[in-house]
Design a binder for this molecule. Structure first.
Ligand SMILES: Cc1cc2nc3c(=O)[nH]c(=O)nc-3n(C[C@H](O)[C@H](O)[C@H](O)COP(=O)(O)OP(=O)(O)OC[C@H]3O[C@@H](n4cnc5c(N)ncnc54)[C@H](O)[C@@H]3O)c2cc1C
Length: 381
């Protein structure tokens, strides 16, 4: 069993790390403070191959494996959790979905722009009454002259501020749950589609979340992704990958919190010695380091499973669950080690402390991950 990255995976990770250090880290505080979607940085990330990491090179992507993608997301998240979340949505929830389920025409129209950063994608699954209960789609797709009319409301659509295209889920056969849900590719400028800003958020600010109102949005039959009724399955397939990426994002945030805590522990002196000399502080650092390493291994393992299996829901759920909770604890301990220096508005640890919380909520809450894992273990034993 190999536990290190291959030469190719490490080269891709290192190039993402360079981008993170040179171009992303200097912008992170401003993205957080302004809450503005960093469109220029996203375009540059696209030119670096970070918007379609696993999309085949022939289709405009980087043609890399999922482990390389996870390692790159972790590196970016260490500099800006927001940019990492933007990339995870575009890669896992939109570009990969078009690559896997799109028709030749859909791939031809959207894959190269999405994978290269010329276009941005959004994933519109959640509704006011369909968050955890995602199959409870109230948005309707009603047949209309060979196409469909979509009517309903979507909430919390990340990347929505700049998206050129959305994967929109809607019930084509209401009343039968997930089996009646279909997925559509809907351009942002479609008549009847209106976006409004979501409320101000605690963290991952600049993610450009939008609520979408669809008022009889007309799409041709060719806008459907996969077959009628396949939408929920497509969403769950996409989330297998998205959860790996959010696990990687969490590890990146947690590692950044650890790095801040370690540097502070070495430099801050009380009673005449660095606080790193006190066992109380050492044990916090030891727990952070151990849990983050365990989280990283789970994330890489789930990425490797995604590379070799059509579906890997339990691996992805374990990685996201453990990594997000470990990163939350790491940010909390970092805050304790920095104390008043961390609690100041504008300190890096203060931003990490706010950013990390979303990793336990989006792309399925921790409770949802436990449901997926429980279903898996109960089916096995
Ligand atoms: C920053 C951000 C970005 C987002 N981006 C997107 C996006 O791009 N696209 C998109 O479609 N959505 C997005 N979301 C929405 C996100 O996926 C949902 O918020 C999430 O799925 C939870 O849904 P909810 O908020 O409606 O919570 P609810 O479903 O109302 O759940 C509330 C609480 O009850 C728990 N709960 C619910 N049912 C059960 C149960 N059966 N058993 C045990 N516990 C349960 C939940 O775990 C949670 O703790 C985003 C959310 C945030 C905060």
């Amino acid at each position: 069993m190999r536990l290190e990255l291959t030469t190719e995976q490490e080269a891709f990770r290192a190039s993402a790390q360079r981008f993170a250090e040179e171009e992303v880290r200097p912008r992170a505080a401003e993205i957080d403070a302004s809450d503005r979607f960093p469109a220029d940085l996203v375009a540059r990330a696209g030119r670096r191959g970070l918007m379609g990491v696993t999309v085949p090179a022939a289709a405009g992507g980087s043609g890399r494996d999922y482990v390389s993608y996870a390692a790159a997301v972790e590196a970016i998240a260490g500099a800006s959790a927001t940019l990492a979340a933007i990339l995870s949505v575009n890669n896992s929830l939109v570009a990969e979905v078009v690559a896997r389920f799109g028709s030749e025409a859909q791939r031809g129209a959207w894959l190269r722009p999405l994978a290269g950063g010329a276009a941005v994608g959004g994933f519109a699954l959640s509704e006011p009454d369909a968050g955890t209960d995602a199959a409870n789609q109230q948005t309707r797709a009603i047949p209309d002259g060979g196409g469909y009319r979509l009517t309903g409301r979507k909430v919390w659509v990340a990347n929505g501020a700049a998206a050129d295209v959305f994967v929109v889920f809607a019930a084509t056969e209401p009343g039968i749950g997930g089996r009646g849900v279909s997925a559509f590719l809907v351009p942002a400028g479609a008549p009847g589609l209106a976006a409004s800003a979501t409320p101000d958020t605690l963290g991952v600010r600049g993610l450009g979340c939008r609520d979408l109102d669809l008022d009889g949005v007309r799409v041709p039959a060719e806008a459907m992704l996969g077959d009628a009724g396949a939408g929920f399955r497509i969403a769950m397939w996409a989330l297998d990958g998205g959860r790996v990426a959010i696990g990687a994002q969490a590890v990146g945030i947690g590692q950044a919190a650890f790095d801040e805590a370690l540097a502070h522990a070495r430099g801050r002196r009380t009673f005449g010695r660095p606080i790193a000399r006190y066992q109380a502080v050492q044990w916090m650092l030891a727990d952070m380091a151990t849990e983050l390493e365990a989280a990283r291994m789970l994330v890489y393992r789930s990425a490797a499973a995604k590379d070799t299996q059509e579906r890997s829901p339990a691996e992805a759920a374990m990685a996201k669950l453990y990594a997000s909770e470990a990163a939350h604890r790491a940010a909390d301990r970092a805050m304790q080690i920095l104390a008043s220096a961390g609690y100041r508005r504008g300190s890096t640890v203060e931003r990490l402390f706010r950013d990390v919380r979303a990793t336990e909520i989006y792309q399925g809450t921790s409770e949802v991950q436990r449901m997926v894992i429980a279903a898996h273990v109960l089916a096995q034993r």
